[in-house]
Design a protein around this ligand. Structure first.
Ligand SMILES: [Zn+2]
Length: 350
């Protein structure tokens, strides 16, 4: 079995926003350089796959037709703006469908047992795309489409999405807000300080989905150990949910110094995060993890940080992980975790 399937295409670079936009094609060059170095540096089977375009039927499973037609029309007209921070060029519609297709394929490869884990290294990202609107550099919600496909086509009953991007994945959260077959857990910068302005601990889901949306909102300057402990906190809730498979929205924008971020996470913490996620998957869902790329804009560190994340994901233990995890949580983060616990006390044991 392949250790890691990487779904990637150079075509992802055809979609561009403004010339100086942080969500640039160069991000992918850095991450792919890292993956290629790992192919030589470690004794694991890392295989590249070419993605396929998502079908209209699969887009409609998550998005309203109006949004799909709008993205298509603006692209076909030569490009333009859909929200203040999110623009399109003539390729955006096609490439957004390719990014969604790649993420669904990442799910398919793991579901079939062809690879133990997969990583769709895509642009544009998806987690801010709501069922009826684009925004935050996202057009279609790649991870939501893949999760919905696992439930509807493959019969999974408990799918978990873990979002470690710096930002709250409002689109993903809202798409599954009323459902318990897809659990959404996110660690992100507090909505008072960061886009998209939602993702409070009290947002726990509605009707059947109540308790299946877990938000940990972190304050500016949060450090590696608090961030990893927040991830561990969510994984402890997920142990009670017992997912059959996990999908991860991977964003590297929580790195200290990221041009759009306010967190202060060190590259090694991403190794730790990959390791914790892999360990969880090994224990609870036969190692099945599907990753897709969201944000991360610090170009000079993207190669290094993605290599570290993948090393962790492949089960390579970070020597200093225990040391990082043994640091005491700061009062600021503790108070944020308390808010999440308070909101969810009827649903989970802490
Ligand atoms: Zn982000």
């Amino acid at each position: 079995m392949i250790d890691l399937a990487v779904i990637y295409s150079e075509l992802f670079k055809k979609h561009k926003m403004d010339r100086v936009h942080p969500e640039s094609p160069a991000r992918l060059d850095e991450i792919i350089k890292g993956v290629k170095e790992l192919q030589y540096e470690i004794k694991k089977d890392i295989e590249f796959y070419k993605p396929q375009y998502i079908s209209e039927k699969e887009l409609v499973s998550v998005h309203v037709v109006d949004l799909i037609r709008k993205v298509q029309a603006i692209s076909e007209a030569g490009g333009g703006m859909i929200t203040i921070d999110t623009t399109l060029n003539p390729h955006t519609y096609d490439i957004a469908r390719l990014a969604a297709g790649a993420t669904k394929q990442a799910a398919e490869i793991v579901d079939k047992g062809e690879a133990k884990r997969s990583f769709a290294i895509v642009r544009p990202p998806g987690h801010h795309a709501e069922s009826n609107s684009a925004g935050g550099f996202c057009y279609f919600n790649n991870i939501a489409i893949a999760a919905d496909w696992l439930v509807n086509d493959k019969g999974y009953k408990r799918v978990a999405i873990i979002d470690i991007d710096h930002h709250f994945g409002n689109g993903t959260s809202h798409i599954f807000y009323h459902r318990k077959d897809v659990f959404y857990f996110s660690i992100h910068a507090h909505p008072m300080y960061s886009y998209p302005g939602s993702g409070y601990p009290t947002e726990i889901g509605v009707s059947e989905g109540k308790g299946y949306n877990v938000n940990v909102a972190l304050l500016p300057g949060v450090t590696s150990s608090d961030w990893l402990k927040s991830l561990e906190f969510g994984l402890n809730i997920l142990k009670q949910y017992k997912p059959e498979i996990i999908l991860v929205s991977v964003g590297f924008d929580s790195l200290g110094g990221d041009p759009v971020g306010i967190m202060n996470i060190a590259p090694n913490a991403f190794w730790g995060a990959g390791h914790l996620l892999n360990q969880f998957a090994e224990e609870y869902c036969n190692g099945k993890i599907i990753c897709t790329l969201e944000g991360g804009y610090k170009l000079d560190q993207l190669k290094d940080v993605s290599k570290k994340f993948i090393l962790g994901l492949m089960g390579e233990k970070l020597i200093v992980l225990n040391k990082i995890m043994s640091r005491e949580m700061t009062e600021q983060t503790r108070s944020m975790i308390v808010q999440t616990k308070k909101a969810l006390k009827e649903y989970w044991n802490f």
